[in-house]
Design a protein around this ligand. Structure first.
Ligand code: HEC
Length: 236
């Protein structure tokens, strides 16, 4: 069912031409501080509108190595229990009226799009007075979402002359955001890294398991070798 909807999503015109030089984004599930920061950013800046309806706080806390009480105190703002799904409190009907489109569930967004797509999307909001929220996006033209990380990034403007083809330039007005451009890039990286983890939480476990399996094979190999030597000792 999930697989089906992903296939459907990815064929539903998502591959539409993006006229933007995409920056690469390599997720790193080994980097727990990054994932933890991503969780913090997500609950602070995204959960107000977007759900992760296949993800529970408890599982997240365990996978990311955060004690339950810390999660309860720092990221559960909705009065939910630790075993609850990470759903938004926003009414989808109202949201649709406000934004023209309901904020989609983001559990599978890095699979339906790609980590790279989401990374570039969050970095390319720019001022556009013709849009309802005053911003547009280079990767998702005329998007219905406001720039949720505006206070962190600050005011970003398109510095190309109008209708110049092949010009790709966005610049942040210095000092207009809480973060420097480098800090902002890192924050977006952490957020997307977290969303990548959410897309398939088992991946984290599988990687850890993989290491144990390899270790086991090495140890087994040593014993097999010793045993083999023992058996053949008297033959020669
Ligand atoms: C104020 C509500 C709101 C907040 C806060 C918000 N979003 Fe959105 N988001 C939306 C809406 C509405 C859409 C759908 C826009 C459309 O289809 O035009 C959307 C779309 C998206 C999409 C595109 C999904 C797709 O595949 O089409 C992504 C990715 C996304 N949001 C990520 C985020 C992240 C990450 C955050 C937190 C930093 C965030 N959003 C915060 C309202 C919000």
């Amino acid at each position: 069912m999930i697989a089906l909807s992903v296939v459907w999503l990815s064929s539903a015109g998502f591959a539409a031409e993006i006229d933007w030089p995409m920056e690469p984004m390599e997720p790193d599930l080994e980097n727990l501080p990054s994932l933890q920061n991503g969780l913090r950013l997500f609950t602070n800046y995204c959960l107000g509108c977007h759900s992760l309806r296949f993800q529970r706080y408890e599982r997240t806390a365990d996978d990311l190595g955060i004690p339950h009480f810390v999660v309860m105190e720092t990221v559960v703002f909705t009065g939910q229990k630790i075993g609850a799904l990470m759903t938004t409190a926003m009414d989808p009907e109202k949201a649709k009226n406000w934004f023209g489109a309901p904020p989609p569930d983001l559990t599978l967004v890095t699979r339906a799009r790609s980590p790279e797509w989401v990374y570039n999307y969050l970095k390319t909001f720019y001022i556009d007075d013709t849009r309802p929220f005053g911003v547009n996006n280079k990767v998702f033209a005329n998007v219905g979402m406001p720039h949720a990380l505006f206070e962190l990034q600050g005011v970003q403007v398109d510095t190309c002359k109008p209708r110049v083809k092949g010009c790709y330039q966005l610049a942040v007005q210095e000092g207009s955001g809480l973060y420097s451009p480098e800090e902002y890039d890192q924050a977006v990286y952490d957020l997307v890294n977290f969303l990548y983890y959410v897309g398939e939480p088992a991946r984290l476990e599988r990687q850890r398991l993989g290491i144990f399996v390899l270790l086991f094979l090495v140890i087994l190999g040593v014993f097999t070798y010793l045993l083999n030597r023992e058996y053949w000792k008297d033959v020669h």
